[in-house]
Design a protein around this ligand. Structure first.
Ligand code: ATP
Length: 241
């Protein structure tokens, strides 16, 4: 972990540090998440991808989630196979207190304070399905201006829908940042990039249901995560409908 952080600290000073934040419930982390993070790492030449499991995400009831400790452990196991993937405790409850709500805007502000050198860039990774609900997120307009967004394609998603979510007032004037690249939407200070090279059908819901039905998880989650789920006997009960 120390080595990973040192690598990020020492990233080419000339161009600043480039990191991505990838938040989620990660219940459990799966191959779709890893594919998205790897594709973003390659395309944006990232120095680090921080995986941030939320101890209590605003949009999911916490009693239906697997314990934070298990979700974090699985994220850490998945990250161990990738030198630039960092498991983050940024949205863990403090000192075992009952889970508090975490909002992405607060998490991004926190990382902004840490990565505040000129040239530092923060990308916020999100799946296309989540991005379409952006307007329900706390201070979403400010969030859009605080970091670049990397929107990961999900099967069946239509690119034009991305634009509909972004308030017109935030868009850069057409002449200011002309782009022929349909995968990029320029805002006044930031950009929204579509990561169209990934189209994984895996979802955590599917993974949980497969365990419940006694089916194999081979290829759907990293091997160490599969081993952890088996050893800890996670997702065996029909908690999820
Ligand atoms: P669930 O099925 O429980 O809703 P999930 O598979 O969507 O979970 P989350 O932890 O909620 O997983 O997702 C974290 C982020 O990763 C979200 O922004 C989500 O849109 C994105 N994501 C999840 N799976 C994929 C996938 N297969 N391809 C692209 N993005 C994904």
């Amino acid at each position: 972990m120390k080595a990973k952080r040192a690598a990020i600290r020492g990233a080419k000073a000339a161009r600043g540090r480039r990191i991505a934040l990838f938040g989620g419930t990660f219940d459990p982390i799966h191959s779709g998440h890893v594919a998205v993070a790897s594709a973003a790492e390659r395309r944006f030449h990232l120095d680090g991808v921080f995986f941030i499991p939320s101890s209590r995400p605003p949009h999911k009831p916490s009693e239906e989630l697997c314990a934070f400790e298990h979700r974090f452990a699985m994220v850490a196991l998945a990250c161990s196979a990738h030198p630039r993937f960092v498991p983050s405790l940024a949205e863990a409850s403090v000192n075992g207190a009952s889970p508090q709500l975490f909002y992405s805007i607060d998490t991004v502000r926190r990382f902004r304070r840490q990565f505040d050198r000129p040239g530092d860039r923060i990308y916020f990774i999100v799946g296309a399905d989540s991005f379409l609900h952006l307007q329900t997120w706390k201070d979403y307009a400010e969030l859009l201006q605080l970091s670049d967004f990397v929107v990961a394609n999900r099967p069946g998603f239509q690119i034009r829908k991305l634009r509909e979510v972004i308030p017109a007032a935030l868009l850069a004037p057409p002449a200011a940042k002309e782009s022929r690249d349909s995968r990029v939407i320029h805002l006044r200070n930031t950009s929204v990039y579509l990561l169209e090279t990934v189209a994984s059908h895996v979802s955590a819901t599917d993974v949980r249901q497969r365990v419940e039905r006694g089916r194999s998880l081979h290829g759907l989650v990293p091997p160490r995560v599969e081993e952890y789920i088996t050893k800890q006997e996670l997702y065996r009960q029909a908690l999820y409908t």
